[in-house]
Design a binder for this molecule. Structure first.
Ligand code: SP5
Ligand code: ZN
Length: 334
């Protein structure tokens, strides 16, 4: 299995997040990536495929915002990292904003996703990592791992959130379509619903989105991921959400996985992209499922039984001490 990673992703260090009214140490640390690297051994550095493949998912205005947000924040005399404090959710005129404070609200949906000095570079090379993995999977018709950081699945076309700035899985899916693949399936097994990915492809019939995650009635991101969200227009029936209760362990997880895999098999995908989060681990500090390290090998084997070229894209997972072993166990199934 070819493994891809770019060290520039370590430059993203958001420091703190606003959580339940307090500034707390940010869960999405550079040390996560170091722990994974230690466990999986040597990786290949992606080539630079430029911004074109990012623009298949994200509009130019969003990329322009992201690129200069931290510098704009500093130029405005603000301390620390760039973060919004007001969000334009109510009825309003079309937005044409110039102030960084206003733009941060326009292009985000939570206050847990600060933009630091190294964020753009890290996110850019994370996306390039996913693109290199797609090309390798398509060329050899086999499976690859993209060690992406920061993660991507909460990020929509023009908004950041949930520790995510560019949607690596979506960028990978669009790259496969651009390369001539007709149908791409995305299986999201992070603890949290992949609301950004769902939103990007909600009206698409050529990209299937299937997600197993904590019930949004109890867990972040709260507003998306319910079972009755099934897609719209040409995408009707091409979103499948399988929410599970807190406390879920392997015995309840596996039947949901079987349902997900049946749907993917029926779809007839040319390529599978797995948004893999190890925050389903029993010891995860911010999540509430009960999977064990060895379970990831079984889950991955179930997924591999689809016999599809598969790109595994790294999403969440915050139990840093166990993260390397959890990722290695998952990759062993391929
Ligand atoms: C990619 C991913 O797994 N994103 C998860 C985003 C969840 N953010 C909201 C949960 C807040 C928990 N924050 C705890 C702070 C401890 N420092
Ligand atoms: Zn997560």
């Amino acid at each position: 299995m070819r493994l891809f990673f770019d060290p520039r992703q370590l430059e993203h260090d958001p420091g703190q997040e606003l959580h339940n009214g307090a500034w707390t140490a940010h869960s999405e640390l550079p040390g996560r990536t170091r722990a994974i690297l230690e466990a999986i051994g040597s990786t290949e550095t992606p080539q630079d495929r430029g911004e074109g493949p990012l623009l298949r998912v994200h509009p130019p205005s969003y990329l322009a915002f992201l690129k200069t947000a931290h510098a704009d924040w500093q130029a405005a005399g603000r301390p620390g990292n760039a973060i919004g404090y007001t969000w334009p959710v109510a009825r309003r005129r079309p937005l044409n904003l110039s102030r960084i404070d206003a733009k941060l609200g326009q292009y985000s949906y939570d206050a847990a996703t600060p933009i630091a000095s190294g964020t753009w570079s890290a996110a850019y090379w994370g996306a390039q990592t996913a693109l290199a993995a797609v090309d390798a999977s398509l060329a050899a018709e086999n499976s690859t791992f993209a060690l992406c950081r920061p993660p991507g699945h909460h990020c929509g076309a023009d908004y950041l959130g949930g520790y995510c700035y560019l949607n690596n899985a979506a960028i990978a899916a669009e790259a496969a379509i651009a390369a001539g693949k007709r149908r791409v399936a995305i299986l999201d097994v992070d603890y949290h619903h992949g609301n950004g990915t769902q939103d990007i492809f909600y009206d698409r019939g050529d990209i299937l989105f299937v997600s197993i995650h904590a019930d949004p009635a109890t867990d972040y991101p709260f507003y998306w991921g319910h079972g009755d969200e099934t897609g719209e227009g040409a995408g009707e029936g091409f979103t499948l959400n399988l929410p599970l209760p807190q406390g879920t362990g392997l015995s309840a997880y596996r039947p949901a996985l079987a349902t997900a895999l049946d749907r993917i098999a029926a779809f007839g995908a040319d390529l599978l992209i797995v948004s893999y989060g190890a925050d389903t681990f029993v010891g995860d500090p911010i999540s509430h499922f009960a999977l064990e390290t060895a379970d990831y090998a079984l889950i991955a084997r179930d997924i591999a039984s689809l016999r599809l070229p598969t790109v595994v894209v790294m999403e969440g997972g915050y139990a840093v001490d166990a993260l390397g072993a959890n990722v290695a166990a998952f990759l062993s199934g391929f």
